[in-house]
Write a protein that binds this ligand. Structure first.
Ligand SMILES: NC(=O)c1ccc[n+]([C@@H]2O[C@H](COP(=O)([O-])OP(=O)(O)OC[C@H]3O[C@@H](n4cnc5c(N)ncnc54)[C@H](OP(=O)(O)O)[C@@H]3O)[C@@H](O)[C@H]2O)c1
Length: 248
């Protein structure tokens, strides 16, 4: 739990929509001072207006290192933060052979290279032993049909965050956030019924309480995430017939 006697400073990247915007509302409600980041300045300003205009808005593109460096300097100038919560990502569902290669390259550059950029650049704005929370997905646990190239980037993000946890031990409190299905513009592109889908406000509540606890991974809802973890543990001869059934 945060120290109630002082205002927590939190930088949310990917705050303009979906889970990030819900997280901003949740942290605002408990009195935190926020930096709201994403590419869309208008949406960030609109969110800030709805939060009593109390917060800092800093636009950035995580796939552009210069933009991320400038944003990090701006955030650090207004005081080092207690937590950075990184949620920026793109999604374009489809089968591997149907994907637009330009869009696939963009998704890799935002989702995976963006996390790498963030890990190298953003901690400059973080207090010693501050928290760096990066969002993966249960989609990265195991290769499923129709989720590429997004799922491959999320598998990479999980691997990257595991490495960071070890490398930054004793300096930064590195965390992995693994949501299941959350009803946002991202998943509204799906053409199937999403199992155990939850609302962004519910996801934000799970993230806020998980980041106050000690566990490395915050995963939810458990009825989905534990099933996916089990699937990942199975030998291929047992898991592949199950994943093949999901091909549409
Ligand atoms: N929704 C789900 O079911 C689900 C499940 C598992 C994991 N996740 C993960 O949870 C995170 C949030 O997802 P969401 O559903 O809330 O998605 P969303 O509603 O589409 O929001 C994504 C956020 O990322 C920002 N963003 C995208 N590209 C960016 C870039 N290049 N630089 C900076 N910001 C960028 C977007 O703002 P701008 O467009 O303004 O830049 C937006 O604020 C993502 O990492 C996603 O992979 C979501």
């Amino acid at each position: 739990m945060p120290d109630a006697s002082r205002t927590e400073r939190i930088w949310i990247i990917g705050a303009s929509d979906g889970i990030g915007a819900a997280l901003a509302r949740g942290y605002h409600a408990r009195g935190a001072s926020l930096t709201l980041s994403a590419r869309s300045e208008n949406k960030l300003n609109e969110l800030n207006d709805n939060l009593d205009s109390k917060h800092q808005v800093v636009t950035l593109d995580v796939s552009n290192r210069e933009s991320l460096k400038a944003a990090t300097d701006k955030v650090a100038e207004s005081g080092l933060v207690d937590r950075i919560v990184h949620l920026a990502a793109l999604y374009d569902p489809g089968k591997v052979l149907d994907l637009d290669p330009d869009m696939a390259a963009k998704i890799i550059s935002v989702n995976l290279t963006g996390c790498f950029n963030l890990a190298q650049i953003a901690p400059k704005a973080l207090k010693p032993m501050g928290q760096l929370a990066i969002t993966g997905s249960v989609a990265g646990y195991i290769g499923l049909p129709q989720g590429q190239i997004y799922s491959a980037t999320k598998a990479g993000v999980i691997n990257l965050v595991e490495s960071l946890r070890a490398e930054l031990s004793g300096q930064v409190d590195v965390r992995l956030i693994s949501p299941g299905f959350v009803d946002t513009r991202l998943t509204q592109q799906n053409n199937f019924e999403m199992p155990a889908v939850i609302e962004p406000d519910e996801a934000a509540r799970r993230i806020i309480s998980g980041l106050d606890r000690k566990r490395f991974e915050i995963h939810f809802p458990r009825r989905l995430t534990l099933t996916m973890k089990l699937l990942r543990l199975l030998p291929y001869w047992a898991s592949m017939p199950l994943t093949r059934r999901l091909v549409q």
